[in-house]
Write a protein that binds this ligand. Sequence first.
Ligand code: GLN
Length: 533
Amino acid sequence: MTKYVFVTGGVISSLGKGIASASIAKILESRGLKVTLMKLDPYINVDPGTMNPYQHGEVYVTEDGAETDLDLGHYERFTKASMTKFNNATTGQVYNTVISRERRGDYLGKTIQVIPHITGEIKNRIKKVAEVSQADVVLIEIGGTVGDIESLPFLEAARQFKLDAGEKNVLYIHLTLVPYIKVADEIKTKPTQHSVQTLRQIGILPDILICRTEKQLSDDVKEKISLFCNVRKEAVIESPDVESIYQVPLVFKEQILDEIILSHFGLISKASNLQDWQKNVVERLLSPKKTVQVAVVGKYIGLQDAYKSIYEAITHAAISNQVKVQVNKIDSEDIEKHGPEKLLKGMDAILVPGGFGGRGIEGKIKAIGFARKNKIPFLGLCLGMQCAVMDFARGVCGLKDANSTEFKPKTKNPVISLLLEQQDVKDLGGTMRLGAYPCKVKPRTLAAKVYKQNLISERHRHRYEFNNKFRKLLESKGMVFSGIYQKKDLVEIVELKNHPYFIAVQFHPEFKSKPDAAHPLFSELIRAAAEKK
Ligand code: GLN
């Protein structure tokens, strides 16, 4: 029998529900259980693919090419579970399915309603994840905050789920905030009480509370929460602020959260082993040997979530090199205004991430030129690769107006352009080149040295490609095309010789990096940065 854990959030958003869910999954996995996770998102967009990163944060891409919520990134980084298009469902998708069915006549004669039709479709999607993954435990994170109008159908489906799966096979965890009020020097439990009350009104009685807090919770406070919220005292779990998100599983483990969940389900399983995680991830992260300065030159610098997987992959590389990486977030438009020297001087590495639209492009190109000329280790991702090609075409090959047709459709030197198959695309949602593609690595190149493999697979999310008409010219001037998608002869990796580390890729390696297995493109960048230092 599959077991289901629902994770809801109360009081405020941004409590780290995704990290909490991933950490719970991690400690259960460490007990030998097969776990998977799912995110239910209350918004009406079918997926986040068409949303601005400032609205939504990063769009996380799965192997099978789904554009999903960034929490799926946490799920893959913390556990062995692999995410698919089934692991993220939105209100938009659920309604889409039900309305298409209605048009087909599947419900002929009936009135279509939130209960049972919408909630039924939500439950079907949860069961589908259980079926596809064959996991022992499925964790379902419900987006939004309890009390929101939008998340009600999801919560109602979670309530009903006990009837479908059986009382003993369902568990509810509520993540809440227990604030410390400075002027009163007191920890306040009222918001938690209210949030649990709201949950109870919709028929969900939480089994476990996870309390986000900046101060330690005394026994009295835990007792009070337990009494008012009707949750056993040992199931009131404390989740204090920690230096790194990778400590959270250890924090939960210390309070035997895994044991509490297993005993609820009546599961017996092997003893946990989080020692590797503690030693190879947390301890290395917290005891760096030196500090390196990395510049991330992008256009969504103001929002931490916009480049989530990239920042995490940098952290993984810091762990593997046992250094502290100071990430300097630099707005590419500032480089346009002030020039690269002023903002990039003293950097040990420069990373240019992906993006869409022309704003800030020239700044990115200038930053890459600066890295090229000053031999600063550089990694370009997706748009970062396209900009590296533009910089090289302009700065080394003399094509002063080299550009991408994304930004200048009529340019005379379209070094980046659309494939024929993309030229007639009308719908913008879900039509990019998405998901995993194989890539052949050219022997005796930097890419070969980094990957130590000749056939790799990486995830994509872009519409534009390197224009092969310019390959000969750029090659003759020293650019190396070291990774190719052979089936369509598409350039996936470019690099430069006579440079300590200059490599740019059309794909998104950040999605496959893990805290205990840093992606080699990132760990080698940080290694080169540390060597330069
Ligand atoms: N805008 C570029 C394209 O669509 C790059 C996309 C990206 O960086 N993810 O090809």
